[in-house]
Design a binder for this molecule. Sequence first.
Ligand SMILES: *Cc1c(COP(=O)(O)O)cnc(C)c1O
Length: 427
Amino acid sequence: MNKQGIGTKCVQAGYTPGNGEPRQIPIIQSTTFKYDTSEHMGKLFDLEESGYFYTRLQNPTNDMVAAKIAALEGGTAAMLTSSGQAANFYAVFNIATCGDHVVASSTIYGGTYNLFHVTMRKMGVDFTFVSPDCTPEELDAAFRPNTKAVFGETIANPALTVLDIEKFARAAHAHGVPLIVDNTFATPVNCRPFEWGADIVTHSTTKYMDGHGAGVGGAIVDSGKFDWMAHADKFPGLTTPDDSYHGVTYAEKFGLGGAFITKCTAQLMRDFGSIQSPQNAFILNLGLESLHVRMPRHCENGLAVAQFLKGHPKISFVIYPGLEGDKYHAMAEKYMPNGTCGVVSFGFKGGRSAAEAFMKHLRLGAIETHVADARTCCLHPASATHRQMNDDELAAAGITPDLVRMSCGLEDSADLIADIAQALEKI
Ligand SMILES: *Cc1c(COP(=O)(O)O)cnc(C)c1O
């Protein structure tokens, strides 16, 4: 199975129908499952036997789609969540709780930054943010005795910095903790972080995996490579009995390949309940079936738009890791030789007012708080997601007042460029 190409996995992994069974994955639209005896159900509750009993914990449709995502990333186990936010929260909180500390890249998605910097701090988890460009020495200095994980994004949203996965993995492993990588923008079609040393991968499936702006969702995948027992004192949640789950010790009972996701499901999903609906999992799977066909087109359009903008007299800068001359081009070539993503950021010589005017004149590119959709969309962070910041605060966040983020969809690149050209003419 692992020998198959990524495209075959996109189309077929996770579900193999038997004779006379539905060709498409069935939507098991049921909250619960029926058993003949209470003894049998008791075994399920004790995690003695695997089986479904309540959709908050597990649902067959979700499991088929999670199995496909695990296959795509080359992991041993995966779970779906209701959103990317829930995926990142669970992935971190599964191993870092009150009194613990996490090292994270400073350019991560704003929603994840808030989750870490504000909400998880209130829960007693502390974070140190480091530049993705930090030296190994600077990275090393960010660790503390209570550090439990390192976190970064393959391609950051919207900063478009590229994570040096090997550098971050080396530092994490030298300190006996796993590297968690949010692989939303690259997708496993363009980068598989496990092949570079990452231990856990997360996704906002809302973006390219769904790809049609149809369903909010998330996923967590375990590589099965991190040895919790070798660092047993750091991860008591995995290496000592869970009193809230009949005294099970996850790392012993479920091994390297299953401990992380089983604990995350049995504890965090049980208690927080951020499940993906089976209906949304079905929609997500439709997106996954064409992910390998769509990603090259997103990248082709992103590159064409970036190259056009780069040469335009009204444009002051273009950020696109796939573009030659970009600060992260060499890093992108190493980790994503087949392409990066469809998102391009750029600025205007005419400043903020030119950016706002440009967006008004676009006909194909709609103004939306979204990325990674089949339809091209764009956002002016200074008047939307980062609206509450003044120009100084924007600069600190790496966002200039004239910056526009454009997510190139699946349209013809000639039409996208013509649309951009006519909008630029009017400013
Ligand atoms: C959108 C996004 C998230 C949050 O995902 P939701 O599905 O919106 O909750 C997390 N990480 C990255 C990189 C994202 O782009």
